[in-house]
Write a protein that binds this ligand. Structure first.
Ligand code: HEM
Length: 221
């Protein structure tokens, strides 16, 4: 018991928690994007897919998925906060010039891209799941909600900015996750960047294409 407590209290234990929960969240984000892209197949396809999710496993499936995602988000934020505060406490002070060595641009952006994503999720749930931040929400018509929602250029702009933050977050997150999972070797390092860039790029482009398609009229009611 003591050994486990020490492991999860250690920096490597928290990195393992970050990597494992990050993998769960990556699966959710990729699956969600694939689901969202069904908007290009029309209202019936997107609404039918939403209906299927609501009734999957007699309506229990969506709640199991929600519980899993919520647990992963909670543990991910706990480990991230704990690691960041630990790093700040350990950072030596007094250097005239601070130099970025290990940390890349993307890793330094984790500190602000994470909170932006948390704020985005709160708004996104009020916008497209609960409808409280939506001008004309129809509970059973996801297609209508997305099209009307993205016809507001401010809402679309916020989604696009949040997706760019998501891209940077995923890029560094996948890169670090692969390192934690043991893919840290001279031979693998360039590939880790390629894999992280390609996966993050696909999610960013796929998701951003939706508000852009609505704003340009390519997807409409
Ligand atoms: C342009 C990009 C996105 C679109 C068009 C979109 C669309 C939607 C829609 C329509 C719903 C409601 C589905 C329903 O009620 O059946 C939803 C729910 C949700 N979305 Fe997104 N989404 C996008 C990006 C994201 C991202 C990047 C995340 C996470 C980082 C995310 C997380 C969620 C969550 C957690 C839910 C609630 C699922 C539930 O519990 O029912 N979404 N999204």
């Amino acid at each position: 018991m003591q050994r486990e407590a020490t492991f999860f209290g250690s920096s490597i234990g928290k990195k393992v928690v970050m990597a494992a929960t990050g993998l769960v969240l990556l699966g959710f984000v990729v699956g969600h994007m694939i689901g969202n892209l069904q908007i290009y197949l029309g209202a019936d396809a997107l609404n039918g897919y939403a209906e299927f999710l609501r009734h999957f496993l007699h309506g229990q499936g969506i709640w199991l998925a929600r519980a899993g995602v919520l647990l992963a988000v909670g543990l991910h934020i706990w480990a991230a906060t704990s690691l960041t505060l630990g790093n700040w406490a350990a950072r030596p002070t007094g250097y005239r010039q601070w130099q970025a060595r290990e940390s890349t641009y993307a890793s330094r952006t984790m500190v602000w891209s994470g909170p932006i994503l948390a704020a985005f999720i709160v708004y996104h749930l009020a916008h497209l799941t609960l409808g409280s931040a939506h001008p004309d929400f129809v509970a059973s018509d996801v297609y209508h909600n997305v099209v009307i929602g993205f016809q507001n250029p401010f809402a679309s702009a916020f989604y696009i900015l949040a997706m760019l933050a998501l891209g940077l977050h995923m890029y560094h997150g996948i890169w670090s996750m692969l390192q934690t999972l043991g893919l840290s070797h001279e031979h693998w390092n360039p590939w880790r960047r390629v894999i992280a860039g390609v996966v993050a790029g696909i999610v960013v482009v796929g998701n951003i294409s939706i508000p852009v398609a609505v704003l340009t009229g390519a997807v409409h009611l």
